[in-house]
Design a protein around this ligand. Structure first.
Ligand SMILES: [Zn+2]
Length: 83
């Protein structure tokens, strides 16, 4: 049996959990589940949909360059995002 990777940090996942964005299930490891972390692509989806990020994103985190970062910090790092 193949253990799927956590979609946030790439570590072995423990299972699927619903994203706070809604309508999505993502593979998460225990740490990311405890952190309430979302995959970067979920943040990208929210940014694309809303332009500024929705209410749900406040207090959520994602994982980049080996550490958890807040929505605000993540968004500041993608200012060159097309559109
Ligand atoms: Zn993880």
């Amino acid at each position: 049996m193949i253990t799927p990777d956590c979609e946030v940090c790439g570590m072995p996942a423990i299972g699927k959990a619903p994203s706070a964005l809604g309508g999505l299930n993502v593979f998460l490891c225990l740490t990311c589940l405890a952190q309430g972390a979302e995959p970067e692509w979920v943040f990208e989806l929210a940014l694309e949909d809303t332009g500024v990020g929705a209410e749900w994103a406040s207090g959520r985190k994602t994982f980049r360059d080996g550490k958890y970062i807040s929505w605000d910090d993540w968004k500041a790092g993608v200012r060159d995002w097309p559109g």
